[in-house]
Design a protein around this ligand. Structure first.
Ligand SMILES: [Zn+2]
Length: 51
């Protein structure tokens, strides 16, 4: 299956955490985006090595 792998920083979801208010976000995490018909789907690949 083909697709484009990309890295993304995500917020952790804790509203009291600094990453939710513009601070440093944890990551990067690797994702793969691929087309499934007319839909672009995203697959989570896990924590990226580093960037
Ligand atoms: Zn956080």
């Amino acid at each position: 299956m083909s697709g484009t792998v990309y890295h993304e920083y995500r917020t952790c979801g804790d509203e009291t955490c600094q990453c939710m208010s513009g601070g440093t976000k944890p990551g990067p995490y690797a994702y793969r985006a691929y087309r499934d018909g007319d839909t672009v789907r995203r697959e989570y690949l896990g924590k990226a090595e580093s960037e």
